[in-house]
Design a protein around this ligand. Sequence first.
Ligand code: 13P
Ligand code: SF4
Length: 331
Amino acid sequence: MTTLGIAKKNLQEKGFLDIEPPKSIDYVKEIKKLRKKKNAIILAHYYQEDAIQDIADFVGDSLALAQKAAETNADIIVFAGVHFMAETAKILNPTKKVVLPDLKAGCSLADSCPPADFAAFKKEHPNHLVVSYVNTSAEIKALTDIVCTSSNAEKIINSIPSEQPIIFAPDRNLGAWLIKKTGRDMVLWDGACMVHEAFSIEKILNLYAENPDAEIIAHPESEAHLLKVAKYVGSTSGLLNYVQESKASKFIVATEVGILHKMRQLVPNKILIPAPVDDDNCNCSECFYMKMNTMKKLYLCLKHELPEVNVDAELSRKALVSIERMLELSK
Ligand code: 13P
Ligand code: SF4
């Protein structure tokens, strides 16, 4: 069997094409060549490694990436992000090929909401409208009325009539923050992201005491005690806008460290300090899943158009309804 044949056979188990390209390969040059030849678009999230962000056609937060996926004319969407993002792109483009450099690039938050358990939870709360964060599987989106992201969650909750009870899933921290912001008493699913719950409030406050001129800024997936001391709370694109608009010149940034790449480009003269985590011996502020994608895997996936992300047609049709409602409400 050829190397490609063996790699294809092992794809499901490994999650990526395990082939060794020639040592002398220039990934940037080859990826650019293949992208043009195949009319492919590379969409990357802000948490991807620097080189991937630099070569992408578009880098964005989860809302902007879904919007871009919905409007692209490309034949192939190469999604440099995590599985739920590529799956959302496929649901929006059922006839297009969507590839993800590593199929095992999952999400701890999406994993914290198993569909069977969520279906039972939903039954316990009849008459509730379900708003789910985009960090969920297609199965959860099919059980959802309106999808949201951290960019548009507040707007979406506020668009729902006040007498309508709401279930918010799966992120308990974003949910609690939304309850505070909107004054709505929502039923929350008890899920969380392991990256955003790894920050140490004690170390952040010590750092702030040493840098009183800094502003603490945080993603709403972080815990309530951290959001309480943050000067600004917002999605990845919200955080990027904030550092440009704020008069401050120093920030303690509480979200996945990959965002610092784009932040440094946007505000090269400002000081950006990644928020410290509880465990000094781990890279916990790096999303292990996001970092599964590498330039080598990106090249191989574009070259061989594998691994492909596919969604069952019936499930896709059901999940599309809640995603389209979000896109409509985000215009
Ligand atoms: P954004 O919607 O801010 O891009 O966040 C996505 C995500 O996975 C955060 O952990
Ligand atoms: Fe999921 Fe958290 Fe990684 Fe975002 S940072 S993709 S929520 S595990």
